[in-house]
Design a protein around this ligand. Structure first.
Ligand SMILES: [Zn+2]
Length: 409
């Protein structure tokens, strides 16, 4: 059983006191205590593997009760899952645990000019953790954040003049940068490093980089706002394979789902067999670095990626179906070469006599759904709500799925 963990028992078990303390914290949460009633004395990996896994909702329940605070720093509140309504909150101390990441992974050095293109604000964590890493690297930092569509040209010219050597962002955002550069004929010959986090690498990036910045190589981080950075990779690793950090215990269960347990005593979120919804396996990495690497095989839940953010499809449908006059709702996600170009909610009417007010519902869903209002902040017209006579069905199986993926403009 222990072969399914990223650390061998002799390395992990002396540090399981952190997991036992997390377990005690979770047992102090009234709503979660019953499920842990029979679980004590977690001194081995085999015992750890018998603990019930923690889902995002469980973690939110725990955090609402625990309200953790850092001992030695300010406590930052970040957006943590919960794709509709008010942001769910995750916690981290200043520094965002990046000293531990930097000790094992140094994509940047003092000579770099690093563009931090992760969006800042709206309780996003990525911009700040990347800033903490860059700070530890001692490089030059250009804190750019997100820009509007019409601003890319001017900023790209500025970045070329500054001879930037590194840029970081979610792959969806990076694709916008490099697609704009390619279309405008702008080249970034000094760019050597592309840091990424937040969603899977996109092969189209390789094609654009080959033209815009042929010397650039990708450096990936894997993590979430709940776990923070779990694993990293280098240009020598496949894009879907990451090396777990020693403070992060990664487990692949028999069903092929990954879960994460923190071994860092300073971690504020109670991360104990926490499932991000990612499927994966522990494997060897072709880069040759010893020890199990984590191969991520995509998500297995109701959450789809829209421009680097998780959209909970079931939640969106449930909200639309509460509207008078809506018999059933369906979400259509349109992608063009891997990037979301639009989200449409189809409302099946009929039967009830009432006619849904699609425009009012559109406004309500847009403003109440963090992922939509953030992903489409520069093109809100890409989110639509439309009454229809029938939903889109699979002609072969006759099934009408809640989510339909379409390729197109
Ligand atoms: Zn590797």
């Amino acid at each position: 059983m222990t072969a399914s963990f990223s650390l061998p028992p002799e390395a992990a078990e002396p540090r399981l006191h952190v997991a036992r303390r997390t377990l005690e914290r979770l047992r102090s949460v009234p709503d979660l205590a019953p499920r842990y009633a029979s679980h004590v004395n977690v001194h081995t990996l085999d015992r750890l593997a018998t603990l019930p896994p923690l889902a995002k909702d469980d973690l939110n329940t725990a955090l609402a009760h625990l309200e953790p605070a850092a001992d030695q720093a300010a406590t930052w509140l970040f957006q943590s899952g919960g794709s509709t309504g008010a942001p769910q909150v995750g916690y981290a101390p200043t520094g965002f645990y990046m000293a531990g990441v930097h000790a094992h992974w140094q994509p940047l050095d003092r000579t770099d000019v690093f563009v931090n293109a992760w969006g800042a604000g709206r309780m996003w964590g990525a911009h700040f953790l990347a800033a903490a890493l860059a700070d530890l690297s001692g490089c030059r930092i250009i804190a750019l954040g997100s820009v509007a569509a019409e601003e890319y040209g001017d900023w790209l010219a500025f970045l070329a003049t500054r001879r930037v050597t590194a840029i970081g962002g979610t792959p969806s955002v990076l694709r916008l940068w490099f697609a704009h550069a390619r279309a405008a004929g702008i080249r970034l010959p000094s760019l050597r490093k592309v840091l990424w986090l937040g969603e899977a690498w996109q092969p189209q990036l390789d094609e654009d980089l080959a033209v815009v910045a042929p010397e650039a190589r990708r450096w990936g981080m894997f993590g979430s706002t709940e776990t923070w950075v779990v694993a990293t990779n280098t240009p020598d690793c496949p894009a879907d394979t990451f090396h777990p950090l020693p403070d992060q215990l990664v487990h692949a269960d028999a069903g092929g789902l990954l879960d994460f347990t923190t071994l860092n005593p300073e971690m504020l979120n109670p991360v104990l067999r926490y499932r991000t919804g990612d499927a994966g396996e522990l494997t060897d990495c072709p880069c040759g670095r010893p020890g199990p690497a984590m191969r991520v095989l995509g998500r297995r839940d109701n959450v789809v990626q829209v421009r680097g953010l998780g959209l909970d499809v079931a939640e969106l449908i449930a909200r639309a179906e509460r509207e008078p006059g809506v018999a059933r709702a369906q979400v259509v996600l349109t992608e063009q070469r891997g990037r979301a170009t639009g989200v449409e909610v189809l409302l099946l009417t009929g039967g009830t006599g009432a006619t849904p007010d699609a425009e009012r519902l559109r406004k309500e869903l847009f403003s109440a759904t963090f992922t939509l209002s953030t992903a489409f902040q520069h093109d809100p017209e890409s989110f639509r709500v439309r009454p229809v006579e029938e939903l889109i069905s699979n002609g072969r199986t006759g099934k009408t799925a809640g989510l339909v993926l379409r390729e197109g403009a």
